[in-house]
Design a protein around this ligand. Structure first.
Ligand code: AGP
Length: 604
């Protein structure tokens, strides 16, 4: 996903822009660039490849005597290869307008053809470049703001754009279905895709709403465009802390975030208990809800699958789990007794955001989200925050266990509101949850053993992950982790389903990871382990410490402590996260920024 960082004012531009772009690196990128507007005109610089921010910004001034305007960008290629021409900023024919963009312009081909017929010359393969030429077309007849408004109103799709023109001292930022935050620090102004990028300078922020434009010069003027009507906007003081985005003693963010999970479960549980159980203003809808639909993508969708098991078993309220990308286009049948809950670490995933907007037309919408101030945070009726802190590794780990913690406590709260379980039973559940961080620490203490087991995956190209009941979504999650960081094809499956096809894949070259803990499915999954063994499969089994049966037939075992089946997934996912991490490391993969992936997919 692309990152935008702009600055208007005086200061050490080199340091400000470098640190701003480095904060956005977690979004994944393959090129970067800037446009600097000063008294000597427009200077544009671009670098191709990852890890080029330091090199790019070394050409920026460090003395802050003059008021300067700069827009910069990290590009995660969607339209067009990774080339100098396709990197942002994109320019118009006269090279007087510079623009950076995050999002996708769906109707760019038609616009491009029309502009080419009017004589515009394009040099890139990007959708973005059409915006600069549209503004160039309109600026011949209209003021800068009006020309930008007219250009943006022709676009279909999603965009966050920041644009400068050599003949205007102002910078214009605008967005639709893609976030932009404006920061103010005295006479200096910031604009970024993520407020984290300027939080060390100011916490006074305006989050642009859809079809809003900010004209930034000596102040900030917010104007509506498209169907929007002007709304008064004031800078708000946000509570986000400049995230601790350092690896500390860890070699990678992914490993650091795996090891942060005990603390994250504690802080998330404390927050939800205070905001749901002990607060006097939980939303009334929860008591009246008759059906819950959980929507998400990727790992967050896996969390939703576990949420379904927890909520239905504890509260009796029916739950459906939907891929957000499917739900948003299905014209879902919803009533005011339904509650749609979007699950998202970033709060910016395009499909989940669109699903939330679609549901909001028909029923109440909540979000389980890790980023205050994100788009989902701002459009939901109520937000259950995960307190995982900034998750930088592209592969989601601590956010996942935080999501499970929220879902579990939400299920307990709902069960109490539905008078399905007593406070006494709830207290027992909460006490068991409070034991989880220590049990997580026990597993993390065995990371060396898990690293040794990962050696087995090195020469392999495929793997099967099998689980049942509460452990089926963990099988999916374990497989996704291995896939996305080590590039080994791994498939998660319900263990019983293996007989209906996948068992044909089993041979010595196919590691089969069973999650065979002693829950209600234990005897059944024992049978599945035997079936694989009988066909010469190589079995790696997650078992409870006291297990005797599976240990006799598995080739390798990873012990995990006992706990209730509702929260056993908080424990069984950790060895699978570590297995993926160490395997990827041994295969020389970039564990924090796997190829082709972005931390938050803000495009469809
Ligand atoms: C998980 O490891 C992946 N990075 C990806 O599947 C992610 O969970 C998905 O893109 C959803 O992101 P979100 O939680 O920020 O909405």
């Amino acid at each position: 996903m692309c990152g935008i960082f702009g600055f208007i004012g005086k200061g050490n531009i080199q340091d400000i822009v470098r640190k701003g772009l480095q904060t956005l690196e977690y979004r994944g990128y393959d090129s970067c660039g800037y446009a600097l507007l000063s008294d000597s005109g427009l200077k544009v610089e671009k670098k191709i490849g990852k890890g080029k921010i330091e090199e790019l910004t070394s050409s920026l001034p460090i003395n802050g005597s003059h008021r300067l305007r700069i827009i910069s960008h990290t590009r995660w290629a969607t339209h067009g290869r990774v080339t100098q021409e396709n990197a942002h900023p994109q320019l118009d024919c006269a090279r007087e307008i510079a623009l950076v963009h995050n999002g996708i312009i769906e109707n760019y081909k038609a616009i491009k053809e029309s502009l080419e017929q009017e004589g515009h010359r394009f040099i890139s393969e990007t959708d973005t470049e059409v915006i600069t030429h549209l503004i160039e077309k309109y600026i011949k007849r209209y003021e800068f703001e009006e020309a930008v408004k007219k250009a943006l109103t022709e676009l279909r799709g999603s965009f966050a754009v920041v644009v400068m023109w050599v003949n205007a001292g102002k910078v214009i930022a605008a967005c639709k279905h893609s976030p932009l935050a404006i920061g103010i620090a005295g006479d200096n102004f910031f604009v970024a895709s993520d407020a984290m990028a300027f939080l060390k300078y100011t916490k006074k922020v305006i989050f642009l709403e859809d079809e809003e434009m900010a004209v930034i010069d000596r102040g900030v003027d917010i104007l509506p465009f498209g169907k929007n009507r002007k709304r008064e906007k004031v800078f708000q003081e946000i509570s986000m802390e400049p995230g601790k985005i350092e690896k500390g003693d860890f070699p990678h963010f992914m490993l650091k975030e795996i090891f942060e999970q005990p603390t994250v479960v504690k802080s998330t549980a404390r927050h939800i208990l205070n905001s749901l159980f002990f607060a006097n203003t939980p939303p009334r809808i929860i008591k009246e809800v008759e059906r819950i639909i959980l929507v998400g993508c990727g790992t967050s969708w896996h969390a939703g699958l576990l949420g379904e098991y927890m909520i239905e078993e504890l509260s009796g309220v029916p739950v459906e789990v939907e891929y957000a990308s499917e739900f948003r286009y299905r014209n879902p049948v919803l009533s005011e007794r339904d509650l749609v809950i979007a699950i998202s670490q970033s709060g910016e995933t395009a499909d989940t955001l669109a699903a939330l907007r679609e549901a909001k037309k028909k029923c109440n919408v909540f979000a389980i989200c890790n980023v205050p101030g994100s788009s989902m945070d701002r459009i939901s009726d109520y937000v259950l925050y995960t307190k995982a802190g900034p998750e930088i590794g592209v592969a989601s780990t601590k956010a996942f266990t935080a999501q499970l913690t929220v879902l579990y406590l939400f299920a307990l709260y709902l069960a109490r509101e539905k008078e399905r379980i007593s406070q006494q039973v709830i207290d027992i559940h909460i006490k068991e949850l409070q034991n989880i961080p220590a049990k997580m620490e026990m597993i993390l203490g065995r990371s060396k053993e898990i690293e040794n087991i990962s050696q087995y995956f090195l020469g392999k190209n495929n793997a099967l992950y099998l689980g049942r009941g509460f452990q089926f979504p963990i099988a999916l999650e374990g497989a996704l982790k291995l896939k996305e960081v080590s590039y080994i094809h791994a498939e998660g499956y319900p263990a019983a389903e293996m007989k209906h096809g996948p068992i044909a894949l089993v041979d010595q070259e196919m590691p089969v990871v069973f999650i065979a803990v002693q829950d209600s499915s234990y005897q059944k999954i024992m049978g599945n382990v035997e079936e694989v063994k009988a066909r010469g499969g190589f079995i790696i089994a997650l078992v409870n410490d006291e297990d005797r049966e599976v240990k006799k037939i598995a080739d390798m075992v990873i012990p995990v402590p006992e706990t209730s089946q509702y929260i056993m997934p908080l424990l069984t996912v950790i060895p699978l996260q570590l297995l993926a991490y160490y395997t990827a490391l041994k295969r020389g993969c970039d564990v924090d920024k796997p190829r082709n992936l972005a931390k938050s997919v803000t495009v469809e």
